[in-house]
Design a protein around this ligand. Structure first.
Ligand code: HEC
Ligand code: HEC
Length: 456
């Protein structure tokens, strides 16, 4: 009798425990890995510095007159030597040399005086219209509209004009890349990626602003992008960048074959080490607090790191919903993608929207302020104490203006936004709510976690 009772009790405990686990796990799911092609990292690095993802741009001779003589920050030689780091000198299909923008426009940034490839650009300013009319005039005046130079420049000019009305952000810092790809998709035939003059689906004017993720996190990831939208082959997914100026899918195929190497190089990247002093005993305490409160989503670090690739539903994470909801609201773009050239063959890409955000790896987190997918929180200290997050904040955009205490940008708060240089978290898409997991900790525990994060 007694034994039967104990057995029943155990069963009941088991039942409630399993219910509890289920409830705990609600609102998450983990993304499984997909096999990736292997590439040659060195060839990938060369392609980043010299390659032609974009094969149209400003004729090189004109560009050089406008920009003058400069030292090359990337140590390049040949025609690219001396161009700003986000341009490569490449040959357009008709043989004219042009300065074309590269991945590093968005995927390189300065920090404490050093240019770091793979650190997301966090200072770009998309609040102003692009000066495309100005470039048109300069190219026309120098070469005329019947010249090979004009022909080499045209695809670049055409996409700039198509993009211009749709990619303006409301504050400086965040990036409109998601919208850039949506607009370019609207102008391309799914089967062969050739250009169509008028957009084939209607485009919302609203931009979903995002921060640019650090490339050194890629080696841990099973899906690309903040909402884990990008599944399948990472090189294929990244080759969508070539939509800016490519003629057709034959060109996409060529870019894709090089990006296999670029992705291989990206996967070798390490985060920059924290450059200031670290209080080691405090960091050791922080490790314990972190593993208790944060690891189940962000993983563990050190000798044998783990990372769950965990997507947390909006209802649980509570951060700005605009990005996660965009693909439910406007399914045209991912529907287009999933029947396009990009989604064909054994190494295909697929866009599969989720209704949440992936908890990113926190390696090198000190270097990647501001925080959250929209860059709405200036420091880790503010992220870990939601009551303290500034509503309107402004930084100098000088990336030596670093706050080692709070881990992030030095900033001042404002009563109301004084210009687009102020981050206004009351705007749709720019909200700083949610991720309140630090709120329940003591000040001491938060300080310890911050110290630990410096070591990652
Ligand atoms: C106009 C800016 C821009 C350009 C140019 C650009 N990217 Fe990105 N990239 C972004 C942004 C913004 C994201 C994050 C978007 C999101 O998650 O919603 C991103 C995400 C990525 C990711 C996924 C990272 C992750 O952790 O999820 C990879 C990989 C990537 N880009 C590679 C490239 C490569 C390779 C090129 C050049 C061929 C390139 N990008 C060009 C802005 C850009
Ligand atoms: C329930 C899962 C979960 C827990 C627990 C959690 N996080 Fe997060 N964390 C996330 C998600 C999801 C994001 C991305 C949210 C977004 O960008 O909208 C995130 C973002 C972050 C970021 C910003 C990353 C960036 O690059 O902008 C930091 C820093 C961070 N978390 C630290 C912590 C710390 C420290 C703890 C423990 C106190 C913690 N998190 C607990 C899920 C979690």
């Amino acid at each position: 009798m007694r034994r039967a009772f104990c057995g029943l009790l155990l069963l009941l405990i088991g039942f409630f425990a399993s219910q509890f686990v289920l409830r705990e796990e609600e609102g998450y799911f983990d993304i499984p890995p997909t096999a990736q092609r292997t590439g040659d990292p060195e060839a990938g690095y060369r392609y980043l510095l010299y390659g032609d993802v974009v094969r149209s741009g400003i004729p090189l001779s004109l560009f050089q007159t406008l920009s003058g003589e400069n030292a090359d920050e990337l140590g390049r030689t040949g025609d690219s030597q001396g161009l700003p780091y986000m341009f490569n000198a490449v040959e357009a299909p008709n043989g004219v040399k042009v300065a074309a923008p590269t991945c590093l426009t968005c995927h390189a940034e300065r920090l404490n005086g050093q240019l770091i490839i793979g650190l997301g650009n966090n200072t770009s300013d998309y609040t102003q219209p692009a000066p495309s009319a100005l470039f048109d005039r300069a190219v026309e005046m120098r070469f005329g509209k019947n010249s090979p130079e004009w022909e080499a420049y045209l695809p670049f000019s055409r996409s700039q004009k198509a993009l211009a009305p749709y990619i303006r952000t409301q504050v400086r810092g965040p990036n409109p890349a998601d919208k850039i790809f949506a607009v370019l998709a609207a102008h391309r035939r799914a089967e062969d990626l050739t250009w169509i003059d008028s957009p084939q689906f209607s485009l919302p004017v609203q931009v979903v602003p995002t921060d640019v993720p650090a490339w050194w996190l890629l080696k841990k990831k099973h899906a690309l992008y903040y909402n884990a939208l990008g599944r399948g082959d990472f090189a294929r997914l990244s080759s969508a960048s070539a939509m800016l100026t490519m003629a057709d899918s034959a060109e996409a195929r060529r870019v894709d074959s090089h990006l296999v190497n670029v992705i291989a190089w990206i996967r070798t990247l390490q985060p920059p080490p924290y450059p200031f002093a670290i209080d080691t005993p405090l960091a050791a305490k922080g490790k314990m607090v972190f593993e208790k409160n944060c690891s189940k989503c962000h993983g563990t670090y050190g000798q044998q790191p783990t990372y769950p690739n965990r997507v947390v539903e909006l209802s649980r994470i509570g951060t700005d919903p605009l990005l996660a909801q965009a693909y439910q609201k406007y399914p045209e773009y991912h529907t287009w993608y999933n029947r396009s050239w990009f989604a064909q063959g054994p190494y295909k890409g697929e866009l599969r929207p989720t209704s949440g955000y992936i908890a990113p790896p926190l390696d090198g987190i000190w270097a990647t302020a501001p925080y959250l997918h929209n860059g709405s929180v200036p420091t880790v200290a503010d992220l870990l104490n939601s009551a303290q997050r500034p509503k309107y904040w402004r930084r100098s955009f000088d990336n030596s203006d670093y706050d080692p205490e709070r881990l992030g940008w030095r900033y001042r708060t404002e009563e109301k936004p004084s210009s687009p240089g102020t981050y206004d978290t009351t705007l749709p898409g720019y909200g700083n709510s949610g991720h309140t997991f630090g709120d329940r900790l003591s000040d001491e525990e938060r300080r310890a976690i911050i110290e630990y994060l410096k070591t990652l």
